[in-house]
Write a protein that binds this ligand. Sequence first.
Ligand code: SF4
Length: 405
Amino acid sequence: MGILINSLGVIRLRSIVSIVKVINGYVYEAVSKAIDLIGGISKYVGKGDRVVVKPNLTRATNKPHICTSPEVVAAVIKLCNDAGAKEVIVAESSPIGVDTEKAFEISGIKSVATKMGARILDLRKCRFVKIPIPRGKVLREVEIAEPILNADALINVPKMKTHYGCTITCALKNMKGVISDLSKRIMHRAGIKRAIAELNTVIKPTLTIVDGIICMEGLGPVDGDPIRMDLVIAGEDPLAIDSICARVMGFNPEEIEVLRYAYELGIGAFKPHEIEVVGEELERVVRRFKPPPSDLREYFKLAGIYVKNACSGCISTLIIILNTFKEEGILDKIKEYYIVTGSINNIPKDAEGRKIVLLGNCTSKFKSLGLFIPGCPPRLGLAIPVLKMGRLVDKYEVYLEKYYT
Ligand code: SF4
């Protein structure tokens, strides 16, 4: 932390965020330098510590712009081992509907972690502990995986991406991967932006190291485009990190609701004068990322879509469906429907008189009112034929579809 003296002469601590360029693909060197610039690994990991490293595994994929890079995770494990950690655990609970173990395997993280003596842990299979959120307005409590609470050090290793719904996803949002599926659903119902901020009042990573090497722009956090930045960004304060990452991506942090809520809740520094950037000059690494669309209706030119309280599972499924119909030149078919997904209390008023499609288990209580596609999230192999045929389909019809999975 640096020192900040305000106009009244009051001394406050400034959060320090380091920005380091990855040169010629030397990832370990960049991660190590980023941590050295904020005090060195021994400031965060002691001899005999049990360390949990939390990457972002949004999907079971090896596409480099979706999940945290295995090279960054490997660098963090090596630094922890060298600092004398007794045990390093790489832990994640991927979004609802994504198999975390598969994600570890396919992303390449399992392979590098086990080679370096670290343990892989699917947090979805762990015991969860209810933790009250005293400053919560939309969340009263949250279920956090026990190994996270028992760790001597929690190292957050998010990916820098755009996010449909939250504008960016980075340090604060990555903490959603340490809670139970039940808590994830509650967060979406409660309003994800405020809920992310409130969650971060009770989970405090010891250190955050952002994989800003191959990032994502546009329709993130899954369906956007890769953008190479070759950066590693590190710090202790997750809000300061997200504020700097937003600026690196060309966004104004003041316009990002999650960050504003986090600031109101006192999670950390947010304004430029409260943060000291070390390493690369911020202005020299800024790129204007393509923003995520603010409204899927506008993006796909479809009025009949309601996704307000859906999580990334159903939103991503819906985006793949819409892109598939678009590529096949049959997007007009979707215009017949009003598609509702996510947790709802009522059917939206503008759906009246339309053929309603209820996508995902969150909509099941209204299933008698329309064409219900079950699943959490629904399988594409089922959803696509149902939407193409406009009716429920049998197993044989699903089998005939090329999206059978
Ligand atoms: S049904 Fe869809 S929106 Fe609801 S929790 Fe499952 S994936 Fe998320």
